[in-house]
Ligand binder design. Structure first.
Ligand SMILES: *[C@@H]1O[C@H](CO)[C@@H](O)[C@H](O)[C@H]1NC(C)=O
Ligand SMILES: *[C@@H]1O[C@H](CO)[C@@H](O)[C@H](O)[C@H]1NC(C)=O
Ligand SMILES: *[C@@H]1O[C@H](CO)[C@@H](O)[C@H](O)[C@H]1NC(C)=O
Length: 365
């Protein structure tokens, strides 16, 4: 009798274990990193996914062979800034790029944890948080980012003005820096998207007179609360990311709009005209509605700051982003998620409703 009971129990345990294994290998749920995090950036290289995100104190790198579970990923610190420099604190939104065979990390940082003096605040319409945030570049040599050792390379010139969330935009006409910027040194709001031409990944070629503003948060959904007609204080365009439709060659810039600490944060889309010049603002066309936004039916709020990567077999496109389940907790509520997306007939990306799943794992995983 005892033996039979034991046998049944073992069989039941085996089925449960198999069920867990089975569900783990065919489906996944969001978030993909239970510890929380913001501004995820993922790249796939030689069978590994690499992720960076905002840690504030350093640039850390995670690696995993599985896009949909980072809880057991390996982790290493790529770079810790020395104290007392203009890039020693508030390290935000690092991105890892391989350009002409060399690895670069482009990141935001500031000198004193976002605490401008009253003397400086005086010059701004209300106050100027983040007035000292600037863009910086690390360089690493090696066949993969895990074994490469990274060293500080340079500051990217943004004319001694506010700059965050910078990214590289690669185009047949050259390499560009696109970042979140103010109109002027002390403007404080709104946060726009600026572009400059690069001579190489760490040197800006454009003089200030040639810096262009390619997007301003002018539509109701780019402000928060939604529909705010005046008051640019809570309006932003940030987190720009290049997205290319490989079938049509269309060039998009996906960016985050409204404000990152609340439910209205969402993704907008700019499209570069065919044969357009990235430095010509009128060659960028803004879609009139957000392309990825909150889904209250599933308590998925504040979704934004995305990056894009392929499934292991390269047949599917995936968006990696952050969002909030409880939108009342501001920045600390953000967790990292991923979902697949497809393309519309007209070549624009068709993003899913954000949610928690379970969803089917990426093709080839
Ligand atoms: C499989 O999924 C179950 C339930 O979600 C979880 O408890 C278990 O830790 C997972 N196992 C692995 C190996 O991830
Ligand atoms: C540090 O930042 C301040 C304010 O933006 C700037 O004036 C100064 O030149 C920077 N220092 C260095 C070494 O770049
Ligand atoms: C790679 O190098 C070529 C030749 O020097 C240059 O024209 C191109 O802009 C570079 N690309 C990037 C992304 O730096």
């Amino acid at each position: 009798m005892f033996k039979l009971t034991q046998l049944l129990l073992n069989a039941t345990l085996a089925i449960v274990a198999w069920g867990q294994y089975y569900s783990n290998t065919t489906t996944y749920t969001n978030p993909i990193l239970s510890a929380g995090g913001a501004d995820p950036w993922v790249i796939r290289h030689d069978g590994w996914y690499y992720m960076t995100y905002t840690t504030n104190d350093d640039v850390s790198l995670l690696r995993s062979q599985i896009l949909t579970d980072w809880n057991n990923a390996e982790s290493k610190v790529l770079f810790t800034p020395p104290p007392g420099l203009n890039y020693s604190t508030d390290l935000w939104a690092p991105e890892l790029h391989q350009l002409n065979g060399t690895w670069y990390v482009i990141f935001t940082a500031d000198p004193r944890s976002d605490s401008p003096s009253p003397e400086l605040d005086m010059f701004c319409p209300y106050n100027c948080p983040a007035i000292h945030h600037r863009m910086f570049v690390l360089e690493g040599h090696g066949s993969n980012p895990w074994s490469a050792s990274f060293v500080y390379k340079a500051q990217l010139n943004t004319y001694d003005q506010f700059s965050i969330d910078g990214t590289y935009f690669q185009h047949s006409s050259g390499l560009y820096h696109i970042y979140s910027c103010w109109y002027t040194q002390y403007a404080a709001w709104p946060a726009n998207l600026c572009i400059t031409k690069l001579e190489n990944p760490w040197t800006v070629a454009s003089p200030f007179s040639e810096r262009q503003i390619i997007s301003v948060p002018s539509l109701p959904w780019e402000k928060t609360p939604y529909g705010r007609a005046e008051n640019d204080r809570l309006s932003s365009n940030e987190g720009p990311q290049q997205l290319t439709n490989s079938r049509t060659g269309q060039q998009f810039l996906i960016y985050s709009a409204a404000r990152s600490d609340n439910r209205n944060y969402c993704l907008g889309l700019l499209e570069l005209a065919p044969n357009g010049d990235p430095m010509n603002p009128s060659d960028w066309r803004k879609h009139q509605y957000p392309v990825f936004y909150q889904n209250p039916a599933e308590s998925a709020y504040g979704v934004g700051h995305a990056s894009f990567v392929k499934s292991p077999d390269e047949t599917e496109d995936w968006i990696v982003y952050h969002g909030m389940q409880d939108p009342t907790n501001g920045w600390s509520a953000r967790t990292i998620r991923t979902q697949p997306f497809i393309w519309n007939e007209n070549g624009t990306p068709n993003f899913p409703k954000p949610g928690y799943g379970p969803y089917k794992v990426p093709s080839g995983q």
